[in-house]
Design a protein around this ligand. Structure first.
Ligand code: NAD
Ligand code: MG
Length: 379
């Protein structure tokens, strides 16, 4: 039996890698829908190759001319098209691979339509935490983020509440060995130079500021029902240990592999089965050494803010995420220095840290207020 999968954000880094692994297993999957934000040419090429019945362009309002040979596919346009594609696509699975909180409503729509969600789009869980988890009974939300996939793999076979600690690994990003002053004035080009992973621009900047790990602490809290103090970030520059779990009896189980998203993407699609990913196999002799360090809270205040936001509860994590999105794109546009990113997030958290987050309206409101505060600080 082939499973139908809709890929939201098919033109991005995760989306393209998902298409690659699907191409390795055409007997197992068919693509039901594809969405892009603005890249029409690549979307058309993907539709031509994969022949979904539905496609969407979320970053354009009006219809754009569709090539004649793609008349078998229905095209939707505008921001609402993401939700519509998530809801209306045939098949069982929706891979949420768009970037930012823009994915939240689509994930909720997918769940309301009874689909299983394969989640790369961590901002959705950071912003919508409790509401999203309430919509996702066991087995309906599978992690794609490499660390969370690793934790999920380590927890296979363990009963509920058997683990003591999650060891969430982090590469440390391009500024791991820089001093605090130098980090403040890092350029866009320097921040985009990730040492081990090749990813979209937003998550690459987040990795440099360690806001990516801050988002992942929050993501782990929700996915694994962890108390914040059970989540320990471990800097591991080689990105071979994708994360580990420490159990009650002291056993630590880790998942290792080369830094390649194809494994976590495919594992979410085939869980509990494992299929070939076409990736280079891990050669421990070639790697030689694995090293581990404590994160430096002075250089990377993002981690502290994640714990504070979790402690504050309500919409604090949504505020953290929204302010970080604004600051991250302002940095990418060259409007603020790198060191301004955590200051903006901190200010938004202080101002809006205690708003409610019970439903989409609450979350929209907290998100908008945080963005307003962040934008005011760009001037
Ligand atoms: P990307 O920028 O490469 O791709 C983003 C995709 O989303 C594109 O298809 C783009 O067209 C679409 N998109 C952008 N803005 C949109 C909007 N406002 N509405 C709808 N669609 C929009 O990003 P990526 O690196 O593939 O990351 C996607 C998500 O996966 C992010 O949440 C990221 O944190 C997460 N993730 C990525 C990686 C990775 O290796 N790239 C690893 C773990 C988690
Ligand atoms: Mg990750």
């Amino acid at each position: 039996m082939r499973r139908g999968i809709a890929i939201l954000g098919s033109t991005g880094s995760i989306g393209k890698q998902a298409i690659e692994v699907i191409g390795l297993h055409p007997d197992r999957f068919f693509v039901t829908a594809l969405t892009a934000h603005k890249n029409a040419d690549l979307l058309f090429e993907q539709v031509r190759a994969l022949r979904p019945r539905l496609a969407a362009m979320t970053g354009v309002e009006g219809p754009v001319p569709i090539p004649d040979d793609l008349s078998f596919c229905e095209f939707l346009f505008g921001p609402k098209a993401l939700e519509e594609a998530a809801r209306e696509a045939e098949g069982e699975d929706v891979l949420a691979a768009v970037v930012g909180v823009a994915g939240l409503k689509a994930v909720m729509a997918a769940r309301n339509a009874g689909k299983r969600v394969l989640l790369a789009n961590k901002e959705t869980l950071v912003a919508g935490g409790e509401m999203v988890m309430n919509a996702c009974p066991a087995g309906t939300l599978l992690p794609v983020d490499s660390e969370h996939s690793a934790i999920f793999q380590c927890l296979q076979g363990a009963g509920p509440n058997q683990y003591e600690q999650i060891l969430l690994t982090a590469s440390g990003g391009p500024f791991r060995t820089w001093n605090k002053e130098r980090i403040q004035t890092a350029t866009v080009q320097q921040a985009l130079g990730h040492p081990t992973w090749s990813m979209g621009a937003k998550i690459t900047i987040d990795s440099a500021s360690m806001f990516n790990k801050a988002l992942e602490i929050i993501e782990a809290k929700w996915l694994f029902n962890a108390r914040p103090e059970q989540i320990q970030v471990v800097v591991h520059p080689q990105s071979i240990v994708h994360s580990a779990v420490k159990f009650r009896d002291g056993a630590v189980i880790a998942q290792l592999g080369v830094p390649d998203m194809k494994l976590p993407i495919l594992y979410a699609m085939t869980y509990p089965e494992r299929l070939e990913t076409g990736s280079k196999p891990l050669d421990l002799f070639e790697i030689g050494q694995l090293t581990f360090e404590k994160p430096d809270p002075e250089k990377f205040p993002a981690l502290r803010m994640a714990y504070e936001a979790l402690k504050a509860g309500g919409a604090a994590c949504c505020v953290l995420n929204a302010a970080n999105e604004e600051a991250c794109y302002a940095f990418l546009r060259g409007e603020i220095p790198f060191g301004r990113i955590p200051q903006i997030v901190e200010a938004a958290l202080q101002k809006h840290g205690a708003l409610p987050a019970k439903n989409l309206d609450d979350i929209d409101r907290a998100d908008a207020l945080a963005r307003e505060t962040a934008r005011a600080m760009l001037e």
